[in-house]
Write a protein of this length. Structure first.
Length: 364
């Protein structure tokens, strides 16, 4: 298997630093290596991506994702969602409350007055069953038990990571349930296209394009107001590429609420569920680019506004404020309480399916 060579890892991470037993389940580090020799390193604890090694315009390889260098640091991370899988419900649910089939549910409150990212012991904090299927693909599987983090139904989830020879990280999600429930999965990758460092550079000069005419404004606790507003004439308009820094400190109320960008975009789609272009980011100094494609209706743009830089990640890197960008493809925040948003309800006999692609390249 591709996971046995220790010395050849571009990322410099060591498997033995990720091997332990947590709640009776073994953790490990899995290296996906494409035919070009580039790498993605993933641990089965929370599906945390610890490294993505891709070249810049001069062929210099660097790690473009924020992650940790040992299982202990992943488990005890000051940023618990640092480049991890998110479930059962990505983003926020107002006051952690929703009603399904006439029954009220109360979830953990772990973000101000609201529920965030499946709760403190959500998918990011679980050891997944891992199966590496050749050098370029890893499948993670777990069964989320009935009542886990307050959610109803037993959810059977598989997430498959593939690193293609086109330097695409493909993430495919599949879930089924034995009882009507809600589900909204995503991955909280913190991308730093300049390459992680001590300190990792700010994203201010990175150029972003987002294929969305509308976004979802929130109140000061990041819960949607219920409106869907045009990006036109606001700092949220990335239809024409511009730098993050251009409007990230603007006087706009929504920017102040988010301490920067922390908002869900309504992606332009010809039809529901189609795999289509969502966003492109260009890092001008290195020339690295990343394109995002997804089947999901929404994408949360988060510009690392609450990163602090006060802990060390893989290879001694530090992650100051706004040194990363997250493109979290998902359904909209607080959807269980918003019947006019695309539904997150999953019934027995239905299959939840999602596909998101992050394609790494360089400016031509």
């Amino acid at each position: 298997m591709a996971n046995t060579t220790e010395t050849a890892n571009l990322c410099g991470l060591k498997r033995e630093n990720f091997q332990t037993t947590i709640n009776g389940k073994k953790t490990d580090l899995y290296i996906l290596r494409n035919r070009k020799g580039y790498e993605v390193a993933i641990t089965n604890y929370g599906g945390a991506i610890c490294a993505i090694m891709v070249p810049d315009k001069n062929g210099n390889v660097a790690n473009v994702i924020q992650g940790h260098d040992s299982i202990q640091n992943v488990v005890n991370s000051p940023e618990p969602f640092l480049s991890t899988l998110i479930g059962r419900f990505g983003n926020r649910i107002c006051k952690g409350q929703f009603t399904l089939n006439g029954k009220e549910y109360q979830l953990a409150i772990n973000n101000g007055p609201n529920h965030l990212h499946g709760g403190p012991t959500g998918f990011h904090s679980k050891v997944w069953d891992a199966r590496q299927m050749g050098p370029r693909s890893l499948a993670l599987h777990r069964i989320s038990s009935y009542g886990e983090e307050g959610f109803t139904g037993e959810l059977d989830v598989t997430v498959e990571f593939t690193f293609t020879d086109l330097n695409e990280l493909v993430i495919e999600y599949l879930a089924t349930t034995n009882k009507k429930t809600i589900v909204n999965l995503t991955h909280h990758a913190f991308f730093s296209l300049a390459g992680t460092a001590d300190p990792t550079p700010t994203i201010d000069d990175q150029i972003c394009e987002i294929n969305a005419d509308f976004y979802i404004p929130t109140d000061d606790t990041a819960i949607p107001t219920g409106e869907i507003l045009k990006v036109e004439g606001t700092p949220f308009d990335f239809r024409t590429p511009k730098t993050f820094g251009q409007d990230i400190n603007s006087d706009h109320e929504q920017i102040k609420f988010g301490n920067g960008y922390d908002h869900n975009y309504v992606l332009n789609k010809r039809e529901e569920g189609e795999l289509s272009f969502a966003a492109r980011i260009t890092e001008p100094k290195s020339g690295r680019t990343m394109e995002c494609y997804t089947t999901e209706p929404g994408m949360q743009l988060y510009t690392g506004n609450y990163l602090t830089g006060d802990y060390k990640g893989a290879n001694g890197a530090t992650f100051p404020r706004r040194s990363a960008v997250c493109l979290e493809c998902q359904h909209f925040p607080d959807t269980p309480n918003r019947p006019y948003f695309p539904s997150v309800v999953l019934n027995p006999g239905q299959r939840y399916k999602q596909k998101t692609i992050y394609r790494f390249g360089v400016v031509e």
